[in-house]
Write a protein of this length. Structure first.
Length: 498
């Protein structure tokens, strides 16, 4: 009896962890009961995802496969032709929350004394998540809008945390990388179909429908609306420089690399994503930037070739792919594009903001005159614009037609303020520096090629924050961002475990 009630035994680290896990299960049971009784479908879906994560911890790799297939191949074409199935993506969001639950459970039950530490950017992500949830307590928005925003922004963060925490073998990581390259090759037939068949159907449509935007490959697109063609462009550019990184490290031969590059470049030319003109040189610099000091002549020659290619792509985007009937010269179209991207013209209408004016407008509405909301924001979902739906944020309703959430940076500033925005940016910045360190110590071959590709992905993600809101709203973009950061974290722990 005395041993059974030994205080030191009961307070040992192992016993405390066991008690914490038991308490967590009891708390989860109570919360699950309350959520199910509420009848809120969104809350029920999120809770079920966490519960499944606790039960199916060993199925993490299989769930990652399902998420990659579902978000990057299946749901885009499915919703394009059957928009009434708009709840299907929720299944993969559930799997994302499942991975979050699996990562939390594994982190709480891993008792190894020699387990490698997590990289710093993962810890910032761990802090940012509850911080942004805490800010909801001060939001003026409705509970439904807030929960939708939580689901929208964090639905695949579990993928990042799972790769960072759960042990995954090297072969599986490289299989996922090869699968992503395979998905890049699928963009050509899908883009050709969209360009030849679907785009002519969208000519002269009202409500600001841009016909060429339908060329989005297997990523999200609507026949009567917009499309995430910029997400496809980001993905193709990362895969393109990934092939160059593999060729540089002799992972693929020159003929094979040339064939892959051609198949990846063609759908990039079928679309009309001018952001590619910025992302492409950034990605190339991430892969070849070290040659500036090592081989400056080679770098200079490569830069000339890249500039010629960018000039050709600019002409295609601005002139060839202009499908409206307005009689305009190349110079006039170029000036128009510069005006609504970097000038004063609105991105959607004359009254809306653009990528250059959206952040200064936020500052004009905040600044020193509104210090609390400047620092901490108005709550997740406050700036989200979805006219005609219940998901539209209260600030988007207050500033109708302004597009205050046009970019990820502006969305973060309105929703979580300067503090949350700096934390979010710090995740990418620290991941970038972490990848640089890993490249310096990487083994030649596919290890170094993969890390250079991840560096290019992070670099272009930083550009994307200033150009679009998709990192916070598009499932495909969120998955690509999560697996990029997750692979960097996985590789860091591999290094620390040696």
């Amino acid at each position: 009896m005395r041993r059974s009630f030994d205080f030191h035994a009961l307070t040992s680290p192992q016993q405390l962890v066991s008690f914490a896990v038991m308490a967590g299960f009891l708390f989860a049971a109570v919360v699950s009961g309350v959520v199910v009784a509420s009848g809120n479908l969104m809350l029920i879906a999120m809770t079920v995802g966490l519960v499944i994560g606790l039960v199916l911890l060993s199925a993490v790799p299989s769930v990652v496969w399902l998420i990659l297939f579902g978000t990057l191949i299946l749901t885009g074409p499915l919703l394009l032709f059957y928009p009434q199935l708009n709840r299907v993506p929720w299944l993969f969001s559930l799997l994302g929350f499942f991975l979050l639950g699996a990562a939390i459970l594994y982190a709480g039950t891993d008792r190894r004394m020699d387990r490698p530490p997590l990289p710093g950017f993962i810890w910032i992500a761990v802090i940012y998540l509850p911080f942004s949830l805490l800010m909801l307590a001060f939001s003026e928005g409705s509970l439904g809008v807030e929960m939708t925003a939580v689901k929208r922004q964090f639905q695949f963060w579990g993928l990042m945390f799972a790769l960072a925490i759960v042990p995954i073998d090297k072969r599986t990581i490289y299989r996922w990388a090869a699968f992503l390259l395979f998905i890049a090759l699928l963009q050509l037939p899908m883009s050709l179909y969209q360009y030849i068949v679907l785009m002519p159907m969208r000519l002269n449509m009202p409500n600001r429908v841009v016909p060429i935007d339908i060329v989005a490959g297997t990523f999200e697109a609507e026949l009567m609306g917009g499309g995430n063609s910029n997400v496809m462009a980001y993905f193709l550019i990362v895969c393109l420089v990934g092939v160059l990184a593999m060729w540089r490290d002799k992972v693929v031969s020159l003929p094979m690399g040339a064939a892959l590059l051609l198949l990846i470049l063609l759908p990039l030319g079928l679309g009309e994503t001018k952001l590619a003109l910025v992302m492409l040189p950034v990605a190339l610099l991430a892969v070849y930037g070290d040659l500036v000091r090592k081989r400056p002549v080679v770098f200079a020659l490569g830069s000339v070739v890249a500039l010629v290619g960018l000039a050709a792509l600019t002409y295609v985007y601005v002139s060839v792919q202009a499908v409206d009937d307005r009689p305009m010269t190349f110079e006039q179209r170029l000036d128009e594009n510069l005006q609504y991207n970097f000038g004063e013209a609105g991105y959607y209408t004359g009254a809306s903001l653009n990528r250059t004016t959206v952040v200064p407008y936020w500052w004009n509405q905040h600044g020193a005159n509104n210090p609390i909301e400047t620092m901490f924001g108005h709550g997740l979902g406050a700036s989200f614009s979805a006219p005609g739906t219940e998901a539209e944020g209260h600030l988007a309703l207050r500033y109708p037609g302004f597009a205050i959430g046009l970019t990820a940076i502006s969305t973060l500033l309105w929703d979580v303020g300067l503090v949350g925005t700096l934390m979010y940016i710090s995740i990418l910045v620290l991941a970038w520096f972490t990848t640089i360190r890993l490249i310096a110590q990487a083994d030649p071959g596919r290890d170094r090629a993969l890390l250079r590709t991840l560096l290019a992905s992070i670099s272009t993600l930083m550009v994307f924050l200033l150009a679009g809101e998709q990192p916070l709203s598009a499932p495909s973009m969120e998955v690509l961002m999560a697996i990029t950061l997750g692979m960097v974290a996985w590789r860091w722990r591999q290094k620390e475990a040696r």
